[in-house]
Ligand binder design. Structure first.
Ligand SMILES: [Mn+2]
Length: 317
């Protein structure tokens, strides 16, 4: 067995009770992994509780047993032997106070390139499209029998982290794993319906405004649009619906970088940057603006307001 897998399996044998945690603002990979890994630990007769500092978003509530994910700080949390961190690039991503994590055995399973290996045991593979892909391979090695609910949970992770198998994270391995999970009975229909075909009329109205205001600088290859704070009320949309706009702009051809500027209405402007180009790292641009993020998706918040001049959007003081 691969050394990292056997270290993980040995570490798990040492403990009796586990808190299984994912990152704050959980996505499909985070929630799917918590549920799948908890079911694996339960199959070994361990005591398990699933945690996240934030609620599971409603579009992921179809995932089997997602309603059992709690906020940390209960008695089980205080007394569990080990904490399994899933899909957390660093301890901060979990949203849990560092002090609360001190002196605890931490098991770190993740695919973020920035992961520093903060656990007592680390299973970090940054070439994996999703943490769920790593879990699948681990389960195969330790011969954990993946049932239908676990297959759905894991496939949801790979499917959402690859943006429905369209982003550059998608590899032959992620497709192989997905194919195996389908064979095991993952509910693909439900996954696509809930995670991709899940838009509200309100969010599409918001997208309509953003598309109408889209400006394209052909020389620089940059597409920019604006969402005003009054749009949310007028469309009945939620601030979360803005993320969808940024991803939508990734579908434009001949665009090197797409940017959504959100006028927050309190003198601040929030920018979301996206690219699909292999050689472009938008986190560097976000950093120049005092923000940060990933190479393909990043953001910043600055003081100012957005105005239009010369058919372009500008942030002014
Ligand atoms: Mn992930």
């Amino acid at each position: 067995m691969n050394q990292e897998f056997s270290q993980l399996s040995q570490e798990i044998q040492k403990h009796r009770s586990f808190a299984v945690v994912c990152h704050k603002k959980p996505d499909g990979d985070a929630v799917g992994c918590v549920l799948a890994f908890a079911s694996y630990l339960e199959s070994l007769g361990k005591q398990v509780q699933k945690y996240c500092v934030d609620e599971v978003p409603s579009y992921l509530s179809f995932l089997p047993e997602s309603e059992l994910i709690k906020k940390p700080k209960d008695e089980f949390w205080q007394n569990s032997d080990a904490v399994v961190m899933l899909d957390c690039g660093d301890l901060g991503m979990s949203g849990i106070d560092r002090e609360e994590l001190q002196d605890r055995v931490i098991v770190n399973i993740d695919h973020h390139i920035s992961n520093s290996g903060y656990g007592a045991v680390n299973l970090v593979q940054h070439t994996s499209a999703a943490t769920a892909e790593i879990l699948y391979n681990y389960f195969e090695e330790v011969q954990f029998k993946i049932d239908k609910p676990a297959a759905t949970n894991l496939l949801c992770g790979v499917y959402t982290d690859t943006d429905a198998f369209t982003n550059l994270g998608t590899t032959p391995e992620s497709l192989r794993v997905s194919s195996e999970l389908l064979k095991l009975g993952a509910n693909f229909k439900e996954i696509t319906a809930q995670t991709m075909r899940n838009k509200s009329v309100a969010s599409l109205k918001l997208w309509g405004r953003a598309l109408e205001r889209l400006r394209f600088d052909a020389k620089k290859g940059i597409a920019v649009t604006v969402i005003k704070h009054t749009d949310f009320d007028e469309c009945g949309a939620e601030p979360d619906d803005t993320e969808g706009v940024a991803n939508l702009l990734n579908h434009l051809s001949d665009v090197k970088m797409a940017m959504v500027l959100r006028d927050l209405g309190d003198g601040m402007v929030k920018g979301s940057l996206r690219t699909t180009k292999e050689l472009i790292d938008v986190s560097q641009i976000a950093k120049l603006m005092g923000g940060g993020g990933h190479a393909k998706a990043a953001g910043f918040t600055v003081k100012g307001k957005v105005i239009e001049s010369d058919n372009r959007w500008k942030i002014v003081e």
